[in-house]
Write a protein that binds this ligand. Structure first.
Ligand SMILES: Nc1nc2c(c(=O)[nH]1)N[C@H]1C(S)=C(S)[C@@H](COP(=O)(O)OP(=O)(O)OC[C@H]3O[C@@H](n4cnc5c(=O)[nH]c(N)nc54)[C@H](O)[C@@H]3O)O[C@H]1N2
Ligand SMILES: Nc1nc2c(c(=O)[nH]1)N[C@H]1C(S)=C(S)[C@@H](COP(=O)(O)OP(=O)(O)OC[C@H]3O[C@@H](n4cnc5c(=O)[nH]c(N)nc54)[C@H](O)[C@@H]3O)O[C@H]1N2
Ligand code: SF4
Ligand SMILES: [Mo]
Length: 736
């Protein structure tokens, strides 16, 4: 069977071999896959083991007399109704929802997200966006007028790739992922191109680069402002494709005036000459791409940092140019492949505010960092119910201690999750979906950020196991409960309503009669919606009006995928701001810039940053033997100088404390981190006795988010600072 891998944004095509009993015998890369061409990483190779993990739940759990016990599906949905019904009837905003990372790789969620949100009808909506990409999304909304318009680096044609705060050789990339990133970097260098990595740590990506700039954590904004300063003062501005489509250029010089190379060096630790040279290099290379990821977003100036990076791309002519940063044209379309439905509206935030901290809503979300206090602080409107779709709040959110405390103070907690883990063990009802091999796979959302335009659809490799419900059905039944139709309502009715509403919106978008919007997949389930989306998309057959165009049937006939071509310039379509220009200096940016100051390190503190591991995915996949094996990953990386100063050896244990917590962790002494910086992977700490993660519990590691202070936020997006956390370390006496 050919399958798209759901474990990261690289979207590799895999070949899954099953035996007669539907057991996975082998998983390999599909050499004929149009996108990944045979590549796979250790996670993809373990997909069978991930799905067949014996600790996965196969029955719902319902809390009875304080204990989570197996129940039937009918009992479980009845309990959801009993618990949530009264809260929703009283005030829908007393129920919060958290939609976790794996849902982005799951077509049931991506297709049903809109209906789930409308059915629940709460403003208390949270997701990892506010500990991930929201600064990039806000930047796109501000500059280009459309939040989904983040361009991706044209890896295969660029001559200079500058990676700021990303480690794609480990993460496989993100918002610009690619299968075989290492091979692409190698090819880039082989054709004479160069790679520059800006990162406080010498990561695998930094080690593979031509130049590694060890920046002081949390200061990228000032480096980027410094680079802009050089480009502007040396008269190197040449906006290329953006020429004549930019506004605010005149104001830029004033905004960056303070950031001379010397001032930049003081803030960032990067030498003045290096700043000047890098700026000249970027401006002087015809095909250069500046790409940033979590190192740019997870700090108090996240949006300004992403903004400055993209502005540099614009003024140096790298935006919308082959070899620079390009916008995709995904198979199911995006807001910028469709006709505008009216005049562009200015980007606004703050339609609602959180009850306790007064944090504004940004793109429909509140900051994850605010969730615990929304649950814990007494008073009218307190959040008393929580629905979690595929998320591990107890490990992935900042300030874990207060998050875990909050989870114990809920009146109702419902989780859709395959595991009994540190989060779901607090639930009243756990609804476990089957493994990914039992579902249709289609990367509805991720095509937006792919290296090329392509499409692939994978039917299930094996059926939904007896006694389980597909995630599709679980979610529809939840919608029915949220809508007050009761726990026994026929989910098919909602499925039909969703299809009918999609047909009308497709008809409106294409300006054709709704009876012409037909599908070759009339049955219920994801396929008819996917067919409608493909057929109405930019490559679609438009229901006969574009003969030869794509349909789901055609995509199904091409299990190795269909390549729809590399990205091409399309700026005219992309710009959707009220002014019709790329608005370089929006008022909110100008105001925030006036306040931005480099962090000042308190004496005696180190700056803690995060780290990812190839065989992990945030807080899960740790319960699979072959992914959990190998060297210990939950170590604090410390420079030799800091180890000496703190009197600790490699393998020794230290106590690390921050403003919100303290942990004890084993040290690895390494010059991968610079003096003054230490790093720790997040998502570990599988020591909760109430969880059922038997493999993970053997080597639990420590939970780094015990140390993450949830009060430091990027004001423009509500994204929490998860890097550059001030910590103090002290040796721990070995017990004898
Ligand atoms: N193997 C694996 N792959 C993954 C994941 C995983 O957990 N494991 N997670 C997936 C997810 S959800 C995401 S969002 C992506 C993330 O994709 P990436 O952003 O590529 O992943 P990170 O490894 O977090 O890279 C962030 C880098 O920023 C650096 N950094 C920290 N602070 C600063 C700073 O202040 N300035 C600069 N310039 N750099 C800094 C860190 O040292 C790190 O190397 O990865 C995805 N892919
Ligand atoms: N300190 C620090 N913290 C971080 C980060 C960091 O870099 N540093 N990175 C942040 C980022 S980028 C992200 S995206 C978040 C991730 O945070 P979350 O979105 O909360 O993701 P995970 O912690 O990986 O939890 C995923 C959950 O989904 C479940 N799951 C797996 N497959 C499925 C499925 O098919 N269906 C359903 N329903 N559930 C499934 C798993 O069992 C697990 O409980 O973490 C953030 N936290
Ligand atoms: S790189 Fe990502 S998509 Fe490819 S096999 Fe690994 S986890 Fe799966
Ligand atoms: Mo993420």
């Amino acid at each position: 069977m050919l399958r798209g891998c759901p474990l990261c944004e690289a979207m590799c095509g895999l070949t899954v071999t099953l035996d007669a009993a539907d057991q996975v015998v082998a998983v390999r890369g599909d050499p004929e896959d149009v996108y990944s061409k045979g590549y796979l990483c250790p996670k993809g190779a373990s997909l069978g083991a991930v799905d067949d993990d014996p600790d996965r739940l196969t029955r719902p759990l319902v809390r009875r007399d304080g204990e989570l016990r197996p129940a039937t599906w009918d009992e479980a949905f009845a309990e959801v109704d009993r618990l949530l019904g009264p809260l929703l009837a009283e005030d829908r905003n007393t129920v919060a929802v958290y939609t976790g990372n794996p849902t982005g790789h799951n077509v049931a969620f991506t297709l049903l997200a809109g209906r789930l949100a409308r059915s629940l009808g709460t403003v208390q909506s949270y997701s990892p966006a506010t500990m991930d990409q929201l600064p990039q999304t806000v930047t796109a909304a501000v500059l280009f007028g459309e939040p989904t318009s983040t361009p991706v680096p044209d890896l295969d044609a660029t001559d200079l790739l500058v990676i700021v705060g990303g480690n794609p050789l480990v993460s496989n990339g993100s918002v610009g992922a690619a299968p075989d990133y290492r091979g692409r970097i190698r090819a880039l260098r082989a054709r004479g191109g160069r790679v520059v990595v800006v990162d406080p740590a010498r990561t695998a990506t930094a080690a593979a680069a031509d130049l590694h700039l060890r920046i002081r954590p949390g200061t990228d904004l000032f480096l980027l402002l410094g680079l802009l300063h050089v480009v502007l003062t040396e008269g190197r501005v040449r906006p290329g494709a953006a020429q004549g489509r930019v506004s605010g250029l005149d104001e830029l010089a004033g905004l960056v005036a303070r950031w001379t190379p010397d001032e930049t060096a003081r803030a960032t630790g990067i030498a003045p000459d290096t700043v000047v040279e890098l700026a000249r290099d970027i401006a002087g290379t015809d095909r250069a791409a500046l790409y940033g990821r979590l190192g740019t977003t997870l700090n108090r100036n996240g949006t300004l940092t992403c903004w400055a990076l993209q502005v540099l791309n614009v003024v140096c002519g790298n935006l919308d140019r082959p070899g620079g940063m390009l916008f995709s044209r995904p198979v199911t379309g995006s807001p910028t492949t469709r006709r505008p439905s009216g005049p562009p509206r200015p980007f606004t935030t703050g339609r609602h505010h959180t009850r306790v901290g007064g944090h504004p809503e940004v793109l429909g979300e509140f900051p994850v960092a605010a969730l615990a206090e929304e649950i814990r602080a007494p008073g009218p409107g307190r959040v008393r119910g929580l629905v979690v779709y595929g998320g591990n709040l107890a490990r992935s959110l900042p300030d874990s201690s207060s998050v875990q405390q909050a989870l114990t103070e809920l009146d109702a907690m419902i989780c859709v999750d395959p595991y009994l883990n540190e989060t779901t063990r607090h639930a009243d009802v756990v609804l476990p979906p089957p493994g990914s091999l039992s579902r249709d796979h289609f990367d509805l959302v991720l095509y937006q950020f792919a290296q090329r335009n392509f499409v692939r659809f994978s039917p299930p490799a094996r059926p939904v196991p007896d006694g389980m419900l597909s995630e599709w059905e679980i979610l529809l039944r939840l919608c029915a409960v949220y809508e007050g139709r009761g726990p026994d309502a026929d989910p098919g009715e909602i499925d039909d309503e969703i299809a009918a509403s999609l047909r009308s919106s497709v008809a409106r978008g294409l300006d054709i009669p709704v009876d012409e919007v037909v599908t070759g997949f009339p049955g219920r389930g994801p396929r008819r919606l996917i067919d409608l989306r493909i057929r109405s998309g930019p490559y679609g057959d438009h229901f006969g009006r574009s003969p030869g165009g794509l349909t789901l049937a055609r995509v199904l006939d091409s299990p190795h995928g269909i390549d729809l071509g590399g990205h091409v310039p399309r700026l005219d379509e992309v710009i959707r701001t009220p002014s019709g220009t790329i608005e370089l200096v929006a008022p909110r940016i100008r105001d925030a810039l006036a306040e931005a100051e480099p962090p000042v390190a308190e004496p005696g503190t180190l700056s803690l940053i995060g780290r990812r591991d190839l065989r992990s995915k945030n807080s899960w996949l740790h319960n699979v033997d072959r992914l959990a094996a190998g060297p210990e990953r939950g170590l604090l990386y410390l420079s030799p100088a800091d180890a000496r100063d703190h009197d600790v050896d490699d393998g020794g244990t230290v106590a690390v404390s921050s403003s919100v917590g303290r942990i004890e962790v084993m040290v690895r002494v390494t010059d991968e981190v610079a003096p003054g910086v230490c790093s720790l992977a997040h998502g570990w700490g599988h020591d909760d006795a109430h969880a059922r993660l038997r493999v993970a519990a053997r080597r639990p590691g420590v939970n780094s988010n015990t140390l993450t202070d949830g009060t430091v936020l990027d004001p423009l997006s509500g994204t929490v600072q998860m890097n550059a956390i001030p910590v103090r370390i002290a040796p721990v006496a070995r017990s004898v």
